[in-house]
Write a protein that binds this ligand. Sequence first.
Ligand code: ATP
Length: 439
Amino acid sequence: MNNDLMEKLVSLCKRRGLIFQSSEIYGGLNSCWDYGPLGIELKNAIRNYWWREMTQLHPEIVGIDASILMHSRVWEASGHIEGFTDPMVDCRKCKRRFREDDLPEEDRIQHKCPECGGDLTETRQFNLMFRTNMGPVEDSASEVYLRPETAQGIYVNYLTVMNASRLKPPFGIAQTGKAFRNEITPGNFIFRTREFEQMEMQYFVHPDEAEKWFDFWLDNRVDFYEKLGVKPEKLRTYQHLEDKLAHYAKRAVDIEYQFPWGWAELEGVHNRTDYDLRRHQEYSGRDLTYFDESTRQRYLPYIVETSAGLNRSMLVALLDGYAEEEIKGEKRVVLKLSPHIAPMQVGIFPLVKKGGLPEIARDIEVQLRPYYRVFYDEKGAIGRRYRRQDEVGTPFCITVDFQTKEDETVTLRERDTLEQERYKIPELQEVLWEKVNVE
Ligand code: ATP
């Protein structure tokens, strides 16, 4: 399996229009991917589910949508201009470029290219931020950065949001949106790209309570992936050693998934202390403290950050769901996605394209469309139609047959068990509601 599995998945995603190379007619743009009709449904469903779990279900968490371009001082204060770098080396012989900390230990010590054995250049620190100019003049005063993380948009707005929403610590601000990093070695499909989407929730707490909330959110975030349908044995947490922590973090735990190439980060949970607010206070000259009326205490809240990648979550859902099975001697490819995130949730088919069956099926489609992501198909043999839906993860298929005309029942086929049960048409909406939605 494994790298093989990635290849199969990439090819399935292209064939069925989930995810494909950006600008393909021009030869493609390295590490940039476009999400097609089914891909965007899956992406939206995961994002919406995250939003529900991280804001809608918590009265003390609110959302924002901050601008991608921010004042350059933000990135000075955050430490990104100085420190958001990766160590880069080039091979003098084959000209390949590497992240030094990605090299196998032996090559790193000997300073040798892992591909051709050639000499490597001295290590240079490469800043991962994309820089551009705002307005018509290209000078240093007009320089701005594409944000490398969504978090800073939350920090600089925290007082405005807290006051406008009449909140006080502990409370959270959530945001999803694009982030950009000029990664030295992007790759593994949508795992590491230069443009990606983050889903972040920053929780503002009294400094004495940071550890307690850290544990709470870490558990909560692991549960999230299980509820997303990810196999629990493929998830683990990894706590960073104290001497390897990022400059802003007091404690950092990665939620990792066992990808085909090994365990790798899916989400980071960090205790960022008051580092960010303190720095923004210093650089902006604004008082960013919170005054607690009940204790008469003034303090800078600590921040517990949960920082997830939408594209990585999507890759995990796809990899984890991908299966090849043999059914009665025939091979089928199936994506076992949770019904609540499946790009299409219900397939609706007339058994044949005559005898009034398409009309009944269209009627059912009209009834269900407002509530579910529905796909209608009347072309080809029914077995092939089922398999086309299996391949893109559609959990339920409804088939209208000749018995429907007699007793108003249809079959409901389940993707995973292949069981087919008959239901009355008016029951469908409720039966599906139970099956599709999470608690
Ligand atoms: P890595 O060690 O993989 O580079 P990181 O520790 O730099 O990740 P964070 O800064 O903690 O990542 O970002 C939070 C989340 O954003 C990551 O867990 C990941 O899901 C997502 N993410 C970060 N960089 C990328 C990228 N280049 N492409 C896709 N997703 C990313």
